[in-house]
Write a protein that binds this ligand. Structure first.
Ligand code: ACO
Length: 401
């Protein structure tokens, strides 16, 4: 039965499904996810194969345009991005207005929204060319804004990278280059970040992506839709979990490393504590991204010669959870965020930037989903409700209340 005929049959009937646990919001040809089997595919390609063989920009192209690019297509996409990688100097004045302590996610969401004012042509995208230009602009400027959010926080000048470098390597340069020293990239770090960004690039109708689609469904424009997605990602139950995981692991370490104590807290229904980085709305067996990330964390720490005691605490918690009936019965396994922070930290990325890194990775997914929503001419997103408030009452004058 197609969606239109289904709607004509159910007209007037409202399904109530808080958290949309069983409600599909759209048809999509971008990402396939089987939560029972732990399968994740972008446009039909397995996440395992993409993480091993592709680079982030290739995956971005695949998600947004539907096919892996030829060498020429990829070169053109990259060249178009490079041509747009400047940000209006006036944006720096907006950044100046933030206190140094501002959370990078708040800064990023605001700046992405502010970009509309500097790129007004990105809003009305009726032709394919206008849509392409808006996509290239945000792919180009978002890494600059992400790096600037970090540089503002640590007091470094707001500077550009080097367009002759690859997309991810250039981002690392924009983050870490110092005024006094030549930046030297470490290929192992570039490769590890590339892999992490690929693993974060899309995840069908999660909270931030649904936000992007619903804001975009009012034809509000790509940049503000992404700005809203960044806000949704910020929360600790979604992308903010990667920051919360490291803070939790650090707290356990400071407290003597007693993982059993924290396992007990996580199971206690009177304690609000949750094991951050555990559980997922859809994966009920394992999160395939977590498997790849756990291995990547081991590799990068070994390659960089870092001994991070927090990795041992993480592995200890995972082992205990896998044997604990509370976690087994509820099908709670480590998710993508459980090990990612350990990798970010090994690269010198501070904890408050972790969720911004997730946003950088998720950008192509948000773009692809927004584009699909617009090309499918989806109607404005507007859920219904069951009203539970007062019935009709007559107005009381303020003196008589
Ligand atoms: N620690 C302890 N108990 C948990 C956890 C956890 N991390 N996650 C779920 N549970 C328990 C719940 O208390 C509930 O128990 P009950 O059945 O006895 O009431 C049961 O497992 C089901 O959990 P829900 O919260 O109903 O599952 P939901 O699908 O709504 O939430 C979520 C999924 C938000 C990911 C949840 O597991 C959670 O809060 N995890 C920790 C935060 C986190 O890691 N978020 C990142 C998700 S991945 C991402 O967004 C990129």
């Amino acid at each position: 039965i197609d969606i239109k005929s289904l709607r004509s049959v159910t007209n007037g009937v409202i399904t109530i499904d808080p958290g949309y646990k069983n409600t599909g919001s759209c048809e999509s040809a971008i990402t396939f996810l089987d939560g029972e089997k732990g399968v994740l595919r972008y446009r039909g390609y397995s996440i395992e194969e993409l993480a091993e063989k592709a680079d982030f920009l290739e995956v971005a192209y695949l998600l947004i345009f539907g096919e892996l690019p030829t060498a020429e297509e990829l070169a053109k996409f990259h060249a178009d991005i490079k041509a747009q990688s400047h940000v209006d100097e006036d944006v720096k004045k907006i950044i100046d207005g933030f206190p140094k302590s501002a959370h990078p996610m708040g800064v990023l969401s605001s700046l992405t929204s502010a970009l509309v004012a500097f790129n007004p042509s990105s809003v009305n995208v009726d032709s394919e060319e206008e849509m392409y230009n808006a996509i290239v602009r945000i792919m180009a400027k978002f890494p600059v804004l992400t790096a600037w959010a970090y540089r503002k926080r640590v007091g470094l000048p707001l500077d550009y990278g080097d367009d002759s470098l690859g997309y991810v390597e250039n981002f690392l340069k924009m983050m870490f280059k110092k005024p006094s020293r030549e930046y030297e990239s470490n290929q192992k770090v570039v490769d590890a970040l590339d892999k992490l960004l690929i693993l974060h690039a899309d995840h069908e109708q999660n909270c931030s992506t649904s936000t992007v689609r619903i804001v975009g469904s009012s034809h509000a424009g790509l940049f503000v839709s992404i700005s809203a997605g960044i806000a949704a990602l910020w929360g600790p139950l979604h992308g903010g979990a990667n920051q919360a995981v490291i803070e939790m692991l650090e707290a356990i370490k400071e407290d003597g490393g007693d993982t059993k104590k924290y396992m007990a807290k996580a199971k206690d229904k009177n304690d609000p504590f949750r094991l951050m980085g555990f559980g997922h709305r859809v994966y009920k067996n394992f999160d395939p991204r977590a498997k790849i990330i756990k291995k990547a964390a081991d590799n990068i720490l070994e390659e960089l010669g870092i001994d991070d005691p927090v990795l041992d605490i993480a592995k200890g918690l995972e082992k205990e959870a896998l044997e604990d009936p509370y976690f087994v019965d509820r099908k709670l396994y480590p998710n993508v965020d459980f090990y990612s922070g350990i990798i970010y930290r090994s690269m010198g990325i501070p904890v408050e930037m972790f969720t911004a890194m997730f946003a950088l990775g998720r950008l192509p997914g948000w773009i692809a989903q927004w584009k699909e929503m617009r090309l499918n001419k989806e109607p404005i997103g507007r859920p219904r409700q069951i009203y539970t408030g007062e019935t009709l009452r007559s107005f009381k004058d303020i003196k008589n209340r």
